[in-house]
Design a protein around this ligand. Structure first.
Ligand code: UD1
Length: 385
């Protein structure tokens, strides 16, 4: 069925990105089939997002769970291929840069099913990150590349994905599909995560009880998250980060919703004192509330860097580089790697930052999902002819 769109999700950030698009599928007359790979499976890493964001139940849960990269991606591909052969969708939608993204894109491309990649064109230029490999390969396997920013479009132009050499059509800022359609096609649709923040901020302020639950008051606490392999899998780096957290927490409470990956690795670390409020992963609305009211955010998450930027909260990124370079421009986000002295200096710096209203929004106008679906609908129509 051509106007059937098969969405592959599997990890926490993908549920958040898929929610605004899924919500509008019906309005555009597209039938959505959701495949959950099962990469994330704990209630508070997966199910809570479906419940809270009103995403429909997955039609398939592949229950792949945690495995080494090759095995995880391989098993996902094997199972996704089976679903694709059965469902015969007109297009496959994948999000972001996880192993679930790559598995979805490759399985579809090999069956000659068109692939649309949402959050295309992002680059850290660090091939040691599993996410970087996933992004690059997914972009090369995709037919429609929905970029969240102009920087992402430029990255694809530099790589030759969006130029005339390979007939890639750049239709940045226009939401009409070229006739006849030639693959690949690159669109700057804006960021679906910005859609999500705008849609949910008011709901979060009205419903979330997280600040009261942890006795926090707005602008009087720091918020941190850590889960990237480069920080968690190296015990020296993880120690540096948590030692600096302990020092920072002497000034203001530091709340750390901890990813299960980090929790496992941290359990070997002795001497973590009680000054840190280490809590289980929280839901999207609670996280939005924590983010919006934080004094400073310390994180290695791509999504949280952006959310801090959308909400005008100073951020410190505990990595050597970021794919979200726009967030660095105004000084709202700074890179502090994973060295203790750099992290402490960055906190000093961000404490002094004068937060100004931004004149330029690099991430679209909050209607990315609508633009994406307009193109997908046109694409499906052209395919039907
Ligand atoms: C994945 C993505 C990353 C994304 C992140 C968001 C890849 C390569 N990485 O990393 O891009 O930013 O999700 O969270 O796809 N675990 C649990 N319970 C769960 C899920 C995971 O205990 O519900 C544990 C697993 O046992 C494993 C670890 O967390 O030890 C890592 O899980 P994994 O699937 O490798 O990816 P993430 O680190 O979450």
């Amino acid at each position: 069925m051509k106007n059937k769109c098969l969405t592959v999700v599997g990890a926490r950030p993908q549920f958040i990105k898929a929610a605004p698009v899924s919500r509008l599928m019906k309005k555009f007359g597209i039938k959505e089939i959701i495949v959950h790979t099962g990469q994330h499976y704990d209630y508070n890493m997966s199910r809570v997002f479906f419940e809270e964001l009103g995403i429909k139940e997955p039609d398939y849960n592949l229950c792949i769970g945690s495995l080494p990269h090759g095995a995880q991606t391989g098993r996902m591909m094997e199972r996704i291929e089976g679903v694709l052969l059965k469902e015969k969708p007109g297009i496959v939608l994948v999000y972001g840069d996880t192993n679930s993204t790559l598995a979805g894109a490759l399985s579809a491309a090999k069956l000659h099913i068109p692939v649309a990649h949402i959050e295309a064109g992002l680059r850290s230029f660090n091939k040691k990150m599993p996410e970087e490999i996933n992004r690059v390969l997914t972009d090369y396997a995709s037919d429609i590349l929905f970029c969240p920013t102009e920087t992402a479009v430029k990255n694809l132009q530099k790589e030759g994905i969006a130029n005339s050499m390979n007939k890639g059509k750049l239709i940045s800022n226009s939401f009409e599909l070229p006739h006849p359609f030639t693959s690949p096609c690159v669109v700057n649709a804006g960021d679906v995560m910005y859609d999500s923040v705008l849609y949910n901020l008011d709901i979060a302020s009205k419903t979330s009880k997280i600040l009261r639950a942890y006795n926090l008051s707005p602008r009087n606490y720091y918020l941190a998250t850590i889960h990237r392999a480069e920080n968690t899998d190296n015990s020296e780096n993880l120690k540096n980060i948590f030692c600096s957290f302990q020092k920072i927490a002497k000034k203001y409470p530091l709340i750390v919703p901890l990813h299960p990956r980090t929790k496992k690795l941290l359990s070997d670390m002795k001497g973590l004192d009680k000054t840190l409020k280490i809590i289980p992963p929280v839901s999207y609305l609670d996280m939005l509330m924590l983010t919006n009211s934080a004094r400073i955010i310390l994180t290695d998450s791509g999504g949280l860097q952006k959310e801090a930027f959308f909400l005008n909260v100073p951020c410190i990124t505990l990595r050597n580089e970021t794919e979200w370079v726009e967030t660095l421009r105004s000084g709202m986000n700074i890179l502090a790697e994973n060295k203790e002295y750099k992290i402490l200096k960055a906190v000093e710096n961000q404490e002094k930052l004068k937060v100004k209203k931004r004149s330029k929004n690099y991430f679209g106008d909050g209607n990315a999902a609508e633009k994406i679906l307009k193109i997908i609908k046109e694409f499906v129509k052209q395919e039907l002819k």
